[in-house]
Design a protein around this ligand. Structure first.
Ligand code: HSE
Length: 426
């Protein structure tokens, strides 16, 4: 039987989960995969943490050079996160000809081209299933399950922290700050939550997923990004009255005229399959020209879910001699001539506060008409108040037209404030 040695860089939540899966399933993988996978080395400065997991002292190191030069190590698992020192460690492993398995979305989305170049030089494998949507096998689905298709749409809830926060705001009518505090106390959100709540984490993942789905490099700077920190409980409630649920969506489209990639909060109909993806769960919805619509659902984070994705890559690396790299020219930038659509089309939920006076709505409607924006629904809330909230939903229109119209509406004398603009996607 083939013996394969693994090194794990970092024994945090995901590294520890990965170690336990490999340790507890060793015999199972011998039987089902025909390979004996052993953890031969761990890079961890906290020796006690490694010893507490039952790792032999001789296999614990705090020196990356020692780990990557270990002849018993064939595959290096990087679960440190962030760019440095993870990048230098991954490159050191690839330069030594070791295959690398990583869960690091930020590193991968920013330096995929550089890592792939290094891997090709030594014919090493480079695997990243765990970088996107944790335990949900989306990368392998895109590479090995959907290759028959031209994929035109990818829509996902790919950040668990924000989905947890929005789910609780929806269920409880609670405001953002209160739920964020709870999410931090429960360990869902980090002490510095900005990577999640401002949409960076989802943007890293969308850059990777849309590159694979559309077979063209989609660099991070092409992803439009907006987070959830400005979301108000009252907009979630008004959306609910209109039949919508609010989610932080990652949207990739390739309709033939160019690629469109964006992460932002969006209303979706309550009967859309993504509407029932709640709490910290993730899901990705794909449209392929042959298969039609498919949806993958599961846990996007955590020790065992993300460990599951890592170990599946380890098994793949241990049992395949062929190495698959990106299907497109993998440079730092998009390929020359590649078009990205920034003036995308959507429907819009708009809330503004106006003086309760005759003629205000006519002026607002006139501005929308000037920008060729057609209104589907308009609701005036409150009675007998000086200032009243007005909510409207538009037909599909262009993003830039809406932004220009809202600037003009905000400048009207009888409009107190333009409070919210939320895209309505399905
Ligand atoms: N922090 C991420 C989330 C998990 O909340 O989904 C890792 O990407």
């Amino acid at each position: 039987m083939k013996n394969v040695g693994v090194a794990i860089l970092g024994l945090g939540v995901v590294g520890s989960g990965t170690y336990k899966i490999l340790r507890d399933h060793r015999e199972f993988y011998r039987q089902t995969q025909g390979v004996d996978i052993s953890v031969e080395s761990v890079l961890e400065i906290n020796k006690q943490k490694a010893l507490a997991l039952g790792i032999e002292e001789s296999k614990i190191s705090d020196n990356i050079a020692e780990v990557v030069s270990n002849p018993n190590v064939d595959i290096v698992v990087e679960v440190i996160g962030g760019v440095e020192p993870a990048k230098s460690f991954v490159l050191a492993a690839l330069h030594s000809g070791k295959s690398v398995v990583t869960s690091n979305k930020e590193l991968f989305c920013k330096y995929w081209h550089e890592l792939e170049r290094a891997a090709k030089r030594t014919n090493a494998g480079l695997y990243f299933e765990a970088s996107c949507v944790g335990g949900v096998p989306i990368i392998r689905t895109l590479i090995d399950g959907m290759q028959a298709n031209v994929i035109t749409d990818l829509t996902g809830i790919i950040n668990g922290t924000t989905n947890y926060i929005l789910t609780r705001m929806t269920r409880e009518g609670a405001d953002y700050a209160t739920v964020l505090k709870d999410a931090q106390a429960l360990g869902y959100a980090e002490a510095n939550p900005s990577a999640d709540v401002e949409g960076y984490d989802a943007a890293y993942k969308l850059s990777i997923l849309s590159s694979l789905a559309f077979h063209t490099k989609v660099p991070l700077d092409k992803v439009y990004r907006e987070g959830i920190s400005g979301i108000k409980a009252q907009d979630i409630a008004y959306g609910d009255e209109l039949g919508y649920v609010l989610k932080l969506l990652a949207i990739g489209k390739n309709g033939g005229k160019g690629v469109e990639v964006r992460v932002h909060p969006a209303f979706i109909r309550k009967d859309h399959p993504l509407a029932s993806v709640n709490d910290s769960f993730n899901a990705v919805y794909l449209k392929g020209d042959s298969v039609g619509d498919i949806m993958l659902y599961g846990r996007g984070a955590g020790d065992f879910p993300t460990g599951s994705a890592i170990v599946s890559d380890v098994i793949y690396a241990a049992t395949h001699n062929d190495v698959k790299y990106a299907t497109f020219k993998n440079g730092a930038q998009a390929e020359p001539g590649m078009k990205f659509i920034t003036d995308f089309r959507s429907r819009y939920y708009i809330r503004f506060t106006a003086k309760d006076k005759a003629g205000v709505l006519a002026k607002v409607a006139g501005i929308f008409a000037k920008y060729n924006i057609s209104i589907v629904d308009l609701i005036q809330k409150g009675e007998d108040c000086e200032n009243i909230p007005i909510i409207l939903i538009t037909h599909e229109t262009n993003e830039y037209s809406v932004r220009r119209a809202l600037d003009k509406i905000a400048a009207l004398e009888d409009v107190v404030s333009v409070d919210s603009m939320i895209r309505v996607e399905a």
